[in-house]
Structure formats: structure tokens, C-alpha cells
Design a protein around this ligand. Structure first.
Ligand code: FAD
Length: 286
């Protein structure tokens, strides 16, 4: 099923993200977690792609399993910054054979460890063009309400986002954000710039306060005072932090829905309990 049909339907959509295993040894454990999340019947699930592409087969296999066994539509992520055109084509063939028709086309983070960088790809818009040439996929891309860390200005970021959409990106999923006003301002800016594709709001339920402070320091994500107080108060108590993180994320989703954002994606990070509680909290709302 085409993802754009799901996220633009009359009903709001609620989706969950999972990541594939890094090794064969952990495959069963991760597959089971993704199946538990699939059994909650989200609108769709996304499966990330390991940087460097070394786990690309697991992305296909986890996405195929969710779709075939649980009937939940999936979207497979695909990055290009460490790949050749040939490797991308092979991955597209594998996805097609597995019945996966939705792709989140990404550049990937620039390798910092000196590992090889693609000579074929510098930006996601080039990957998008190749996927279109291959044919048969509904293509999405990433967007950054607080700006991508590589962008010098937000104007640059919006300019290149338009290039990506004009290349054939049919919808966008946002990087996590913790203050909904940041998303509302971003939407205003991109709509003004003529970017009119559907935008899925990405929400991260924070269950580990130390980790999220580190991630935000690197990515430049703003942490509102209200959130910092919660993290400082409950960060040392895993159970309390999980409940507070779920409550904070739920409140964000309810505010988004109240403001007309009808597609919400939860960065559920292979945590069935987190996905289940968010789904339950939204009973009767979504
Ligand atoms: P691009 O769209 O290529 O943009 C990257 C930067 O280049 C931006 O600053 C942009 O403004 C700039 N730019 C774009 N085009 C041009 C141009 N023509 N000239 C000059 N500058 C340009 N990473 C993974 O490894 N695996 C995943 O599964 C994964 N999933 C993600 C899902 C979401 C929803 C998000 C938001 C991110 C995800 N990432 C993932 C991280 C992502 O790969 C990184 O953020 C990466 O640094 C940028 O990818 P992109 O596709 O947004 O890049």
C-alpha cells in the first residue's frame, strides 16, 4: 500500500519505527520485538537502515516479515552516502522482490571514521532520482524542523528540501522535536517556500535522559525547560523516566492532532511497551 494513501487518509495515522539487528545472533530477539509492535496494528511501520549498509539485508527481512505476517504496511529506509549506484540497484531489487513498495530515501551521515564515501552520491535528491528511474516505489525523505546540522542557514535547508521534493520525494518525515511550536513554524516556512507534500511528525518518547541530552547536544535539537526539568527529576529512575517520557510524548501527539497534524510517527526504538502505552493513551483519539 502506498504510504501517501495512508498518511493522507480521513483517519489520522499513527506509525512506529523499529531498527534491524546488527548481527545474526540478535536477529530473533529483534524480530520478536518488532512483531510485538506490529501486533498493535499501527497504520504502518518503518525499518531503519544501518549506516554503511552492512545490515541492509536485515532491513528488508524485518520489513517483509512485519508486512507478510502481520499485514502492517512497511517503509524501508535506504541511505546512499556509502553506496554505489550498483549497490542501490541491488537493494531496490531485493525490496521489490520482498513486496516493499515504500522507501524513505536518505543520504545518511557523512562517515567520520575515514571509511569510504560514495563517489556516486552526495545528497538524498540524487538517490531519489535513481529510485524513480528504477520505478515502482512511493518515496519519502527526511526533514529537520530545527535545521539539518550540516546546513549553514535554515534558508539553505529549506532551499535544498525543495530540491529534494522537486526530485520526486512524495512526503517528508521530521526529525524528532520536543516543542511543537518548532514544527508549526517550520511548516509555515516550507509551505511559504512552495513545499506542499504531506509531512509526518516524528515524536521520540524519551526513556533515557542522559542519552537524549547527548543526542541533542550533537544534533542541535532544543530541549525545552519543561522537558529538562522532567529529565533532571526522573532521569535516574528508569521506570519513572519511561512513564514521564511516554506522558510527554503523548501530550505532544494530542497537541499535534488538535492542531490539524494528522500523521504522527513514533520513534519507538524496538520498545513494544513504549509503543503499546502510547497507542493505549490515544485510544478514542486516533
Ligand atoms: P540530504 O537531504 O541529502 O541533506 C543533507 C544536508 O545536505 C542538508 O544540510 C541539506 O540542506 C544539504 N543539501 C541537500 N542537497 C544539497 C545540495 N544539492 N547542495 C548543497 N547542500 C545540499 N540515517 C541512517 O543512517 N539510517 C536511517 O535509517 C535513518 N533514518 C532517518 C529517518 C529520519 C526521519 C531522519 C530525520 C533521519 C534519518 N537518518 C537515518 C539520519 C540521516 O541519514 C542524516 O540526518 C543525514 O545526515 C542526512 O540525511 P538526509 O537524507 O536528510 O540528507
Amino acid at each position: 500500500m502506498k504510504l501517501t494513501d495512508i498518511i493522507t487518509g480521513a483517519k489520522p495515522s499513527l506509525s512506529f519505527e523499529v531498527f534491524p539487528p546488527k548481527t545474526w545472533e540478535t536477529y530473533d530477539q529483534i524480530r520478536d520485538a518488532t512483531e510485538e509492535i506490529a501486533s498493535l496494528h499501527p497504520s504502518y511501520m518503518s525499518v531503519t537502515y544501518g549506516a554503511g549498509g552492512g545490515t541492509s539485508d536485515y532491513t528488508v527481512s524485518i520489513a517483509e516479515n512485519i508486512q507478510k505476517k502481520h499485514g502492517v504496511p512497511t517503509i524501508a529506509h535506504l541511505t546512499c552516502i556509502s553506496s554505489s549506484r550498483e549497490q542501490v540497484k541491488k537493494q531496490l531489487s531485493k525490496l521489490k522482490d520482498a513486496g516493499i513498495t515504500n522507501i524513505l530515501a536518505l543520504r545518511g551521515d557523512l562517515p567520520k571514521d575515514g571509511s569510504a564515501r560514495s563517489t556516486d552520491y552526495s545528497y538524498s535528491s540524487q538517490l531519489i532520482k535513481d529510485i524513480i528511474d528504477f520505478g515502482g516505489f512511493c518515496i519519502g525523505g527526511a526533514c529537520y524542523p530545527e535545521g539539518h546540522p550540516d546546513s549553514k542557514t535554515w534558508m539553505d535547508d529549506v532551499k535544498y528540501l525543495k530540491v529534494k521534493v522537486d526530485a520526486g520525494c512524495e512526503f517528508l518525515t521530521t526529525q524528532m522535536f520536543f516543542d511543537n511550536n518548532i514544527l508549526y513554524n517550520f511548516l509555515y516556512r516550507i509551505r511559504e517556500a512552495g513545499i506542499n507534500v504531506p509531512v509526518v511528525a516524528g515524536i521520540m518518547p524519551v526513556t533515557n535522559a542522559v542519552q537524549i541530552k547527548r543526542i541533542c547536544a550533537i544534533s542541535g535539537n532544543a530541549l525545552p525547560q519543561r522537558f529538562i526539568r522532567i529529565a533532571d527529576k526522573f532521569g535516574n529512575d528508569p521506570r519513572a523516566m519511561m512513564q514521564a517520557g511516554i506522558a510527554y510524548a503523548t501530550a505532544q501527539v494530542i497537541d499535534l492532532l488538535a492542531n490539524g497534524i494528522n500523521a504522527v510517527h513514533i520513534y519507538s526504538m524496538n520498545k513494544p511497551e513504549v509503543a503499546r502505552q502510547i497507542k493505549e493513551n490515544l485510544t478514542g483519539i486516533i
